[in-house]
Design a protein around this ligand. Structure first.
Ligand SMILES: [Zn+2]
Length: 315
């Protein structure tokens, strides 16, 4: 079993200001914990390569991409606000290219037999980025760009994108809502940002809202009730995961109540689904998670599941 870990060091230059929760410290906290525990050493580590314009334009409008390029500030220290919480620094577009490029490299590794599954430790996150708009700390939609790449280059016809971030993946839904080849399943805390696509716009979109305070048992039961039948109908040849860890009970932005153990259980289920449907092919891309210890714990538990390793909070 080869689990690939793909990241990029230059993301630190995408810094949206003091106090912004989507900070470079997120990836530092993850790497620190996973190096200390040794879990990261079981994965094979790779560097991201930048996504090309053509790859990004598979899922984003040319007008939006040009807007990002044109609004990028020239001077170090300058910021352009795209929304109240999503800002461009001079380096942001390049950081976003590397995040999407990590996911693309992961797809290439899966289809060239270089990895059984892949985790992309990247930022900025992507799942709120719609076809023509930035939102919720996201500039371009990393997992959607990866799915489009898998289809275009490897001819993958049926893909599932499974998102367990505490927020609904409005961007991924926006991009694939008229695309029956891509099943999008999104669990999220009811009533939370982004408040888009309340009604699933088409049969290939499964919204799974959870009441505030819901725990891992509730999420697992909802996945079994709502995602498993959809997956059985869709029979995906590739499983992509938008792995957000802001459903952790200690996260300041979310009000769900998951533990590290819950992330391990859910991740093991998703790995087993990949074994059942997609010859194990699973690409996981980091989304949210804003409490440093909780984020690092969640990623460690998730990676352990990808590695087919046991995990406990003390590990
Ligand atoms: Zn989130």
């Amino acid at each position: 079993m080869i689990t690939s870990w793909i990241s990029d060091r230059q993301h630190v230059r995408h810094h949206m200001g003091a106090g912004h929760p989507e900070s470079p410290e997120r990836l530092a906290a993850i790497e620190q914990r996973l190096n200390a525990s040794g879990v990261l050493h079981h994965a094979v580590q790779f560097a991201a390569r930048p996504a090309t314009d053509e790859q990004i334009l598979q899922v984003h409008s040319a007008q939006y991409w040009q807007q990002l390029l044109h609004q990028t500030p020239a001077e170090e220290g300058e910021l352009t606000a795209l929304t109240s919480d999503t800002l461009l620094t001079p380096w942001s577009v390049e950081a976003a290219r590397m995040a999407a490029g990590a996911a693309i490299r992961g797809i290439d590794q899966l289809y060239r037999g270089q990895a059984d599954n892949v985790f992309c430790a990247v930022r900025p996150p992507g799942h709120h980025a719609e076809r023509s708009g930035a939102m919720g700390f996201c500039l371009i939609n990393n997992v959607a760009i990866a799915a489009a790449h898998a289809r275009l280059v490897y001819g993958v016809e049926r893909i599932a994108i499974l998102d367990f971030d505490v927020h609904q993946c409005n961007g991924t839904i926006d991009i694939f809502r008229h695309d029956p080849g891509v099943l999008v399943c999104s669990s999220f805390q009811e009533g939370l940002f982004p408040q888009r696509y309340h009604q699933a716009p088409s049969a290939n979109v499964i919204n799974t809202p959870l009441a505030e305070g819901s725990n891992g048992d509730a999420l697992l039961a909802a996945i079994e009730r709502e995602w498993l039948p959809a997956l059985e109908r869709h029979r995906p040849q590739l499983i992509c995961i938008s792995a957000g860890f802001d459903a952790h009970r200690d996260d300041p932005l979310g009000g769900l109540s998951l533990s590290g153990t819950d992330f391990h259980r859910i991740s093991r289920l998703l790995v087993s689904l990949a074994g059942e449907y997609s010859e194990g092919r699973l690409l996981s891309v980091l989304e949210g998670g804003y409490e440093m210890n909780a984020l690092a714990e969640g990623v460690e538990a998730h990676l352990a599941a990808l590695l087919d390793m046991p995990w406990s909070p003390a590990s």
